[in-house]
Design a protein. Structure first.
Lengths: 344, 76
């Protein structure tokens, strides 16, 4: 492994091109491969069981490949957008356009919910407006590459794009509203008393080999952690493909049930999971006739808001600001769910 | 004697960072004193925005994830 890394380090560009080619070749070869694999199994083609296996053998490598590719590319892109640089880009801007900018930066800036508080303080201290900080803080966990890669792999690019657009909208609008409410006095006192700092970012150039290393590191870290959820999700999907009746969930979570969106959000808000963990559930819901808006609202509320996050944020925000944050974001997600169900 | 501080709220990445540092320092025979900074107020005071972060003799040398072994070796 290390000698390979050294070889990559010497001539990164051809290795990158080679890896991209290999990736495409694998991706193109998936359909014949899964057909061949199912052919080896002692099940009848076209039967329930045969279809379930075919679905599993096709979707698992497809989604894992997509995930690996996208996480690698995002790992490289992330190395351009350190939190320090993002902060420097946002410091001192006026609300409005800056909310859009912050939410967009939230997609490409690496973010871990365990760093939410230091990040929050770092932003506010450097003069990033409160509402703009919130736009970033809402978008960063919700609209991330894992969620997008999985939605793309399992449900197609339309749903992935819709999720992207809606997630950004919720982050932009919720942040803007929180900014309008002028809630700076509801930051904890010790946060407001912290000295202001200048937002400076290290501008040194990073060599391509190091960015690729960051990409590989991201793959090892994220795909290594997430793959069991993905396999479980697809297995659930494959399992119910043939067995559970098609409209099982339609009455509970279909379009006709007006109360399904608020219930989904209410259940989703306190839950804590990452995008990968929630995808199996969304897959199962959608496959059985749950409305898309309801399922996406559920997914967004699980990823964007959670009880542990609220507990962490309580260290820097007073109760009133936390309640506003949760309330505004949950309402945004609720609206998204309804609009979706109405339009589609 | 180097004064090493690992900043982080006690997540698993912070623990593996501490372990890695102790391991490398032992292998290289460097004398260090490792201290964990877990209180949010104290972490923020160092101006880092992502954890785990590493401070050596008062200087932030790393932030945002477990450092690579090569990077740690460069410190000692």
């Amino acid at each position: 492994m290390t000698s390979l890394m050294r070889a990559v380090g010497r001539r990164p560009a051809p290795w990158l091109a080679g890896a991209a080619l290999l990736w495409f070749a694998l991706y193109r070869g998936l359909v014949p491969f899964s057909g061949w694999l199912v052919g080896l199994l002692p099940v009848e083609r076209g039967s329930h069981l045969g279809n379930a296996w075919q679905f599993f053998f096709y979707d698992t490598p497809k989604v894992l490949l997509l995930l690996t590719g996208i996480v690698f590319v995002m790992g490289m892109i992330n190395s351009y957008f350190t939190p320090e640089r993002t902060r420097a880009l946002l410091a001192g801007r006026r609300e409005g356009a800056a909310n859009i900018f912050a939410a967009t930066l939230g997609i490409v800036t690496p973010f871990c919910s365990c760093s939410a508080v230091p990040l929050f303080i770092g932003f506010v201290q450097a003069g990033v407006p409160l509402g703009v900080t919130f736009s970033f803080l809402i978008s960063a966990p919700m609209v991330n590459e894992v969620a997008l890669a999985l939605l793309f792999g399992l449900f197609g690019w339309r749903i992935a794009l819709l999720y992207l657009a809606l997630g950004l909208s919720v982050a932009i609008v919720a942040g803007w509203i929180i900014g309008r409410l002028r809630m700076e006095q509801y930051l904890e006192d010790w946060v407001r008393e912290m000295p202001r700092t200048a937002a400076v970012a290290d501008q040194s150039a990073v060599p391509l080999a190091e960015r690729m290393e960051a990409g590989i590191g991201a793959v090892r870290d994220i795909v290594g952690r997430v793959w069991p959820y993905v396999v479980a999700g697809i297995a659930i999907g494959a399992g119910i493909h043939g067995y559970v009746p098609e409209n099982f969930m339609a009455q509970l979570m279909g379009k006709e049930a007006w109360w399904s969106v608020p219930v989904a959000v209410l259940i989703g808000v306190p839950m804590y999971s990452n995008a990968a963990g929630i995808i199996p559930i969304v897959e199962a819901l959608l496959a059985k006739g749950a409305a898309l808006g309801t399922a996406l609202a559920f997914m967004m509320s699980v990823i964007a808001l959670s009880l542990p996050e609220v507990v962490i944020l309580r260290k820097v925000l007073k109760l009133r600001l936390i309640a506003t944050f949760v309330g505004v974001v949950a309402s945004g997600i609720l609206l998204v769910g309804y609009v979706f169900n109405a339009v589609l | 004697m180097k004064d090493v501080k690992v900043l982080g709220t006690g997540c698993s990445k912070c623990r593996s960072t501490t372990q890695l540092i102790e391991e490398v320092a032992r292998a290289r025979g460097a004398e260090i004193r490792v201290e964990k900074i877990e209180q949010m107020q104290d972490i923020v005071r160092f101006g880092v925005m992502t954890t785990p972060a590493v401070v050596i003799d008062g200087l932030v040398v790393h932030a945002g994830g477990v450092p690579s072994r090569a990077k740690v070796e460069g410190w000692f």
